[in-house]
Write a protein that binds this ligand. Structure first.
Ligand SMILES: Nc1ncnc2c1ncn2[C@@H]1O[C@H](COP(=O)(O)OP(=O)(O)OP(=O)(O)O)[C@@H](O)[C@H]1O
Ligand SMILES: [Mg+2]
Length: 238
């Protein structure tokens, strides 16, 4: 569960201050899949950073799994990111000198998990994203869509409670984007992980049950979508 209560985030001060998030309130139930849309600079990434405890709110409260982010010590918020929150970015951010499986295992290795358990969990995560056959490959030998599936496996390997995906399809073509969205949806249904997806693409936003639209850090629109819109042929695929 993620809850924002009158959250504002201001960067800088005086005449150059930017109100990146402005009095935002919402509550995402556990297991939900929501999308966040809005023009560039509207505060979407800032919302994700607030949820991950990467930056504190200027006012209001951000609660993640019942804990107020502002009350967490820096080691507690680091532990939240290491164990509970899987982050997926537009630019996959895989380490080029590591193989796919080493990239996927990295969060566990950093968390001191023993090697045998790392191996088991990495295998399972690679299976979930259908990439077991590419385990020993380096990122530069994988397509963009495959790299993103590895990045998703790396997010899943910690068995997160929440997946924050910041334009995960931004560097992919339509087919690659669809494959990544289908995967995120499948993981959401199978594991009840809560998903918050930032996207500029209304077709991908329609994978969510609810779509929030931000403008200048404020909630401009809040739409609840009917069940399973991706099953409809929206006539824009391909
Ligand atoms: N660390 C920071 N310091 C100063 N200003 C910031 C910082 N982070 C974000 N901002 C400002 O806050 C506003 C919202 O930024 P944010 O990155 O959340 O937008 P966004 O909706 O994700 O945009 P995009 O679609 O381009 O990724 C922008 O005006 C940005 O310049
Ligand atoms: Mg952004």
């Amino acid at each position: 569960m993620i809850e924002f209560q009158s959250v504002s985030k201001v960067f800088g001060s005086g005449p150059t201050a930017v109100r990146s998030v402005d009095d935002l309130s919402f509550r995402i139930p556990k297991g939900a899949f929501w999308a966040l849309m809005g023009p560039s600079g509207s505060g979407k990434s800032t919302v994700l950073h607030l949820i991950a405890g990467l930056t504190p709110p200027s006012s209001g409260s951000v609660q993640v799994e019942g804990v107020d982010i502002a009350r967490m010590s820096s080691s507690e918020s680091a532990a939240l990111r290491r164990r509970r929150v899987g982050y997926v970015l537009q630019t996959f951010n895989l380490l080029p000198f590591l193989t796919a499986e080493e990239n996927v295992g990295m969060p566990l290795v950093l968390d001191g998990v023993r090697q045998r358990e790392v191996d088991t969990r990495v295998q399972r995560a690679l299976e979930m994203v259908n990439m077991s056959h590419r385990a020993a490959h380096h990122p530069m030998h994988l397509s963009g869509g495959e790299q993103q599936r590895i990045a998703i496996a790396r997010a899943l390997v910690i068995e997160p409670a929440i997946i924050l995906a910041d334009e995960p399809t931004g560097n992919l073509d339509r087919a690659g984007g669809r494959a990544v969205m289908d995967l995120i949806q499948e993981v959401n249904e199978r594991t009840q992980v809560t998903v918050l997806l930032v996207t500029h693409d209304p077709v991908f936003a329609a994978y969510g049950q609810r779509v929030l639209r931000l403008v200048d850090g404020r909630l401009q629109q809040d739409m609840t979508l009917p069940d399973k819109p991706p099953a409809l042929d929206l006539g824009v695929a391909g």
